[in-house]
Design a protein around this ligand. Structure first.
Ligand code: ATP
Length: 279
């Protein structure tokens, strides 16, 4: 297991942000955490990455207990936080080099690794640009490269494509998939349902500090049936779910122009479980 979380609790003065979370993630899995604002996703990620102390429970990364051996656990993780936290006054290469120094990677190795990763995220041509001159999409790609620099076994990504346009988002998805195909486990959060559907082997929904569903996206969607009919009425939109298309189509005809037929998506499953939209 790359991640083992046992009965994790995090209390803040006014709220229990994580409420007895149990989660095991096998090596190499691409796992996505979904949930509305304030569900406790970032808190969980910050605990995994060693940035926030837990109130109680136990977390192991690659078998290493993060409270007892924080430095060893941190070495196994590569984090790309929600906020862009690169040094804008340094160049692209200098940002990577600085990160490599923090992990005490010998200079020849860290420079070779930095060049390799700049090619990987297609930023080789910008290696000497000041980071403050890069677009948001390029900064996100650099954050991924930095997270991978010390060869972690687990990539921790908090909203890795937030604020990016759809084409650039797809580029970042490709990079995440590629890292995962190379054997790196991924633990990510997202508000973008299609991102989770496209990327993840497994998704878990968090709501008020607890997991309310966990499994492969297709299995979670199947619970509602394969088809949805949205009906628009005077009080707003309602959605009905059907296991087969023919039954849904029959219902659609009854609804006339004020109804549409579509496939069930993860957003439906999420809404049904939590009563809230993810975004
Ligand atoms: P979002 O999608 O908005 O990032 P989230 O699921 O990541 O939400 P968290 O940021 O983990 O949620 O927040 C969970 C709860 O803990 C929220 O009620 C939040 O207000 C609270 N919280 C988070 N960080 C702190 C803090 N440093 N001090 C006090 N309360 C906090």
């Amino acid at each position: 297991m790359i991640v083992q979380i046992d009965c994790l609790v995090k209390n803040y003065p006014d709220v229990r942000a994580v409420d007895g979370l149990d989660l095991e993630i096998p090596d190499g899995q691409l796992f996505a955490f979904l949930g509305p604002n304030g569900a406790g996703k970032t808190t969980t990620i910050r605990i995994l990455a060693g940035l926030t102390r837990m109130t109680s429970g136990a977390v192991r990364i690659g078998g290493v207990d993060i409270e007892r051996h924080p430095r060893a656990a941190k070495r196994l993780c590569g984090l790309a936080a929600q906020q862009i936290n690169l040094d804008g006054e340094l160049t692209v290469l200098e940002n990577l080099d600085f990160h490599g120094r923090l992990f005490a990677i010998p200079r020849p190795r860290r420079l070779a690794r930095a060049e390799e990763l700049l090619d990987y995220v297609e930023l080789g041509g910008r290696r000497d640009s000041l980071v403050k001159t890069l677009s948001g999409g390029l900064k996100r790609r650099l954050m991924l490269a930095r997270a991978l620099l010390h060869e972690p076994r687990l990539l921790i990504l908090d909203e890795p494509t937030v604020g990016l346009d759809p084409a650039i988002r797809r580029k970042v998805w490709g990079l995440i998939k590629k890292a995962n195909a190379d054997g790196v486990g991924v633990f990510m959060t997202t508000h973008y349902i299609e991102e989770a559907e496209f990327l993840a082997d497994r998704v878990a929904f968090m709501h008020q500090g607890r997991l309310v569903a966990d499994g492969p996206p297709t299995a979670i969607m199947k619970r509602l049936g394969g088809w949805a009919v949205d009906r628009y009425g005077p009080t707003g939109m309602t959605t009905e779910y059907y296991a087969d298309r023919a039954a849904a189509a029959e219902r659609l005809e009854l609804g006339g122009a004020a109804a549409t037929l579509r496939r069930v998506n993860l957003e439906d499953a999420f809404l049904a479980l939590t009563g809230k939209r993810v975004q």
